[in-house]
Design a protein around this ligand. Structure first.
Ligand code: PLP
Length: 410
């Protein structure tokens, strides 16, 4: 009998959202007349902007005649989109259009990019964390087995706890790869320019590579928060950046994103060897071998996001989500709790009163108010005393939820 990749057997059960659904279903069956308000969602709820829909229709019609028809496209994306991306998002940052690799989303890129590194590469990630960072390295055999606390013995965890402002400290041992997500899911936290510079300087000193997940870049409202890691001097030599149209423009179903892989980013061919290889060429090789490219019509839709009209429409969608997030933030601050996020990110991360278990809080909030959030424990051991709410619901429901919260006794 053939043998499976046993690393997969070390993966934690993906029970978070199924367990939430199970508990919500039980509650709904017992309370059929009570309106549920779901503020745990990590998906957009507004339809696609009109300029995106127009671009889609136009690109579909082009496929009906020989002159406009497109077959296999370039795996790294069409030049029209790569150039639109650079002009709109990376002007003046020293990034060329051929350093942009269009994909079907940031999750795929973030999950796949670790393939370019040695099997024994050391990985650092924040706790709580977006699960893809850890799980893709578990699959690759870099994480070992989980301990009783659910932490993988082979990974370097960087706790983001309330006493440290939910911001990670530099690692104590040298990692080869550092995953940073800012603005952050789930904490909603950000790194200022000065704070991000410390990470870039550290990576340069230690010759580590930063995987910078900027999926929520477009939700930034404050001026001293960098939108791209390439705003920091020297980052092109140590960082790849991942972006997504999912939350920015409502593409969670349509699917498009991109990775920025600067040509200046080089790594050693082997430990102790002086031979070096640029990740740019390796990623090109990986994508041309294993990826078929993002559909032409979707790339035309993404191009529309960078048009003046598309930018206005997306900004309005984001503003609406951020108004919701602001209401949630204010609602929990009024309860006297420590809260992160809701200012530069659609996520609000609430530190629960000492000793409160995030699943118990989930149950009690649901039972007493009908509000559904996400227990922080689902994002890692450091999330246990925390709770995540999101601005992706609709405005009226979010307002109603915050009314209900007023009478909730902590
Ligand atoms: C939603 C999200 C993404 C985006 O993933 P897509 O595959 O582009 O939809 C990436 N990173 C984080 C942290 C996210 O929350």
């Amino acid at each position: 009998m053939s043998v499976v990749n046993a690393c997969y057997l070390n993966l934690p059960g993906n029970y978070l959202f199924s367990e939430i659904a199970r508990r919500v279903n039980v509650y709904a069956a017992d309370n059929p007349s009570r309106k549920l308000i779901r503020l745990g969602i990590g998906d957009v709820t507004s339809p696609l902007p009109p300029s995106v829909i127009r671009a889609l229709h136009k690109a579909v019609d082009e496929q009906a005649d020989a002159a406009g028809f497109r077959g296999y496209g370039p795996e790294q994306g069409y030049a029209f989109l790569r150039e639109a991306v650079v002009a709109d998002a990376f002007a003046g940052l020293g990034i060329d259009a051929d350093e942009i690799f269009i994909s079907d989303g940031a999750k795929s890129d973030i999950g796949n990019f670790q393939e370019l590194f040695a099997a024994d590469a050391r990985i650092a990630l924040t706790d709580p964390v977006y699960p893809v960072y850890a799980d893709s390295n578990v699959m690759a055999g870099r994480a070992g087995a989980p301990d009783a606390d659910g932490r993988f013995t082979g990974l370097i965890y960087l706790p983001c706890t309330a006493d440290k402002g939910f911001i990670p400290e530099l690692p104590r041992e040298r990692p080869d790869i550092i995953y940073l997500c800012y603005p952050n899911n789930p904490t909603g936290g950000v790194l200022t320019r000065t704070e991000l510079k410390q990470w870039v300087d550290y990576a340069r000193e230690q010759q580590s590579v930063i995987f910078f997940d900027a999926a929520y870049e477009s939700f930034i409202s404050e001026s001293d928060i960098p939108h791209s890691i390439y705003e920091i001097e020297g980052a092109r030599e140590v960082a790849v950046e991942f972006r997504s149209y999912s939350k920015k423009a409502g593409f969670t179903g349509l699917r498009c994103g991109f990775a920025v892989v600067p040509r200046a980013l080089v790594c050693r061919n082997a430990r102790g060897s002086s031979g070096k290889t640029a990740l740019h060429g390796l990623w090109m090789r990986r994508q041309t071998t294993k990826f078929n490219g993002c559909p032409y019509i979707v790339q035309r839709a993404a191009e529309a996001v960078h048009s003046p009209e598309g930018k206005r429409e997306c900004a309005a969608l984001i503003a609406a989500y951020m108004r919701n997030a602001g209401l949630i933030r204010d609602g929990f601050l009024r309860k006297g709790l420590t809260v992160s996020g809701g200012v530069n990110a659609p996520y609000v991360w609430v530190r629960l009163p000492d000793g409160t278990d995030s699943w118990e809080f989930f149950d009690r909030l649901l039972r007493e108010t009908g509000i559904v959030g996400t227990p922080g424990a689902g994002f890692g051991p450091s999330g246990r005393g925390c709770f995540r709410m999101t601005g992706f619901g609709n405005a009226a429901d979010t307002r109603e939820a915050m009314e209900r919260l007023k009478t909730f006794v902590l």
